[in-house]
Design a binder for this molecule. Structure first.
Ligand SMILES: [Zn+2]
Length: 454
C-alpha cells in the first residue's frame, strides 16, 4: 500500500504544473487526537493476532502534520471556538461561533468559496446545527442558540447539508412560530430522510439529508453510533456518497466539510470501543472522497484533521502491554448500555444476577472476559448504588482498564491533533501548525496550486 501511495504522490508532483484546485474535501474528526487514530489501528491489528497497525486510509496519505488547538479564551478549546478557527482562520472564545473574540463577524472558507461560484456541502454525524458544522455558516455569540443557528443554515444558500436533523426545530421551548424544516423548504431545500430517498432527488436545487426517525418535530442529536447502527439509518459514508454526485451535478467546483462528530461523544463517555468504531466510520466516509480524488487527482485536495482531542486517551495504563482486543467483547456503546439499564430499572429494581446478565451479554464479563474477585467487588458497589448510569459506567470503565487504555478527562484536552492531506497543494500541510493556519493554507493552494517543493 505504501508503494501505491508513493507512486500517487509522484503523479501529483508531476501534474502539479498544470493543476487547478476545483474540489476540496475537509474532514474533521471531532475529538480525534492521534491516539484515537492509533487505537483504532492497533485494535484491528490485535484482532489479527499481532502487534502493529492496520492502517486507516487517512494515515496512509502522503502528507501529515499536527495542529495546536487552544482558543482565544482557554488553553483547552471547545468545538465552537475550534470549528471557528478551522472554518475562518481566526481564534475566538470558547462558546462563540463564527465571531472573533471581539465580536466581529467572520467569513468562513465555505462562504468565501460560495461567493467565488463554488457549490458547498456541509455534513456531519451529529446535528446539522451543532458547533462544527455551524462554524461553517453560522455566527452567534453562543453556540447553544440552536434555533438562531438553524435559521442561519436555511439562509446560507449552501447546496447540501447532511447528518442528524436540527437540534430544536421548533426552538428549545417548542414555542417558535416557524418550524426550521418548513423554513428550509421555503428556502428551496428538499428534505430527505434516507439514503434511498436522497438518490431520487440528486438533481434537486438544494438538499438537507437527515435520518428516517426525524419527524421534524423532535430533538435530534446524532445519527447512530457505528457500534449501535440500526439498518434504517444512514451512515456518514452514505451521506458523503450522496453529497458527491449531488454537488457534482451543479457543474461547478465544490467544497465539502465532513465531520465525524461521534468520536467526541464516545470519548466524553471514555468509551474506547465506540471511539474506535467512529474513527473507522469516518475513515469509511473518507473512502468515498478518495475514490473521487483518484478520478480527479490534479484538481482535488483532501484534508483530514480534528478540532481537538477529547478524553486524554492514553494507550497504556500500567505496564508495557496493551490488550485492545478485549474491546471486541463490547457489543454496544456506553450510551446504549446506560439506556438498557435505565429501561431495566424503570420496571423494578433488578437483582444482582439480572444486572450481571446485561454486563455479560454486552461486555462479555464472566464469559470471554475474566472478572477477578476484586473487580467483581467494584461492580457490586456500582450495583448497590441502583444508579443505571453508574452501573453502566462501572462496566465500561472496567473493560477500558483491562484494554490498558487510560483516560485523563471526560472533557477536551489541549493535545495536538493530526493533519493528513493528499492532492493539490497537500504538502503545505506538513509540519506543526496552529488550527488558524489551515484556512490560509487552503487559500495558498487555491492561488498557487503548483506545489512548493521541499
Ligand atoms: Zn466535545
Amino acid at each position: 500500500m505504501k508503494r501505491i501511495f508513493s507512486i500517487l504522490f509522484a503523479i501529483v508532483i508531476a501534474v502539479s504544473a498544470s493543476a487547478k484546485l476545483k474540489y476540496i474535501f475537509y474532514f474533521i474528526g471531532d475529538g480525534m487526537g492521534s491516539n484515537q487514530v492509533l487505537a483504532a489501528e492497533m485494535y484491528r491489528a490485535e484482532l489479527e493476532g499481532r502487534i502493529g497497525r492496520v492502517s486507516t486510509l487517512m494515515s496512509q496519505f502522503p502528507v501529515s502534520g499536527s495542529l495546536t488547538t487552544f482558543s482565544a479564551s482557554n488553553g483547552i478549546t471547545d468545538s465552537s471556538a475550534a470549528g471557528t478557527a478551522l472554518a475562518t482562520g481566526s481564534k475566538t472564545n470558547n462558546g462563540t461561533l463564527g465571531l472573533s473574540a471581539t465580536g466581529d463577524t467572520l467569513t468562513t472558507i465555505a462562504e468565501f468559496l460560495q461567493q467565488q461560484g463554488w457549490a458547498i456541502g456541509i455534513m456531519t454525524s451529529v446535528a446539522i446545527d451543532h458547533a462544527t458544522p455551524g462554524a461553517f455558516y453560522g455566527n452567534d455569540i453562543k453556540r447553544s442558540h440552536y434555533y438562531a443557528i438553524g435559521e442561519q443554515l436555511t439562509e446560507s444558500g449552501f447546496d447540501f447539508f447532511g447528518g442528524a436533523g436540527f437540534h430544536y426545530p421548533q426552538g428549545k421551548k417548542d414555542n417558535k412560530p416557524v418550524n426550521l424544516y418548513d423554513l428550509a423548504e421555503r428556502k428551496g431545500y428538499t428534505i430527505v430522510r434516507s439514503y434511498d430517498e436522497a438518490q431520487r432527488h440528486l438533481a434537486d436545487q438544494k438538499m438537507i439529508m437527515i435520518q428516517p426517525a426525524d419527524t421534524g418535530k423532535t430533538h435530534s442529536d446524532n445519527i447512530d453510533y457505528a457500534i449501535d447502527r440500526r439498518a434504517e439509518n444512514s451512515t456518514l459514508r452514505q451521506i458523503v456518497a450522496t453529497a458527491i454526485p449531488f454537488l457534482e451535478g451543479k457543474h461547478k467546483p465544490f467544497f465539502m466539510m465532513v465531520e465525524g462528530g461521534m468520536i467526541d461523544y464516545a470519548c466524553h463517555g471514555n468509551d474506547a470501543r465506540a471511539s474506535i468504531d467512529e474513527v473507522w466510520a469516518m475513515d469509511e466516509a473518507l473512502q468515498e472522497a478518495y475514490a473521487f480524488y483518484l478520478k480527479h487527482p490534479d484538481e482535488t485536495l483532501i484534508i483530514v484533521t480534528a478540532d481537538h482531542e477529547t478524553g486524554g486517551m492514553a494507550l497504556g495504563n500500567s505496564d508495557y502491554t496493551l490488550n485492545l482486543q478485549v474491546l471486541q467483547h463490547q457489543h454496544c456503546s456506553a450510551w446504549a448500555l446506560t439506556e438498557q439499564f435505565k429501561t431495566l430499572y424503570a420496571e423494578s429494581t433488578p437483582s444482582w444476577e439480572e444486572v450481571k446478565t446485561v454486563w455479560q451479554k454486552q461486555l462479555g464479563f464472566w464469559k470471554e472476559v475474566e472478572i477477578s474477585a476484586e473487580e467483581e467487588a467494584v461492580l457490586r458497589t456500582a450495583y448497590d448504588s441502583s444508579d443505571p448510569e453508574k452501573i453502566s459506567q462501572a462496566g465500561v470503565s472496567l473493560l477500558n482498564r483491562k484494554s490498558k487504555i487510560g483516560w485523563t478527562s471526560v472533557k477536551h484536552t489541549a493535545h495536538a491533533v493530526p493533519v493528513f492531506a493528499i492532492g493539490v497543494g497537500a504538502e503545505r500541510f506538513t509540519g506543526w501548525h496552529d488550527n488558524t493556519e489551515i484556512v490560509p493554507l487552503i487559500h495558498q493552494c487555491l492561488a498557487k496550486p503548483k506545489k512548493c517543493r521541499r
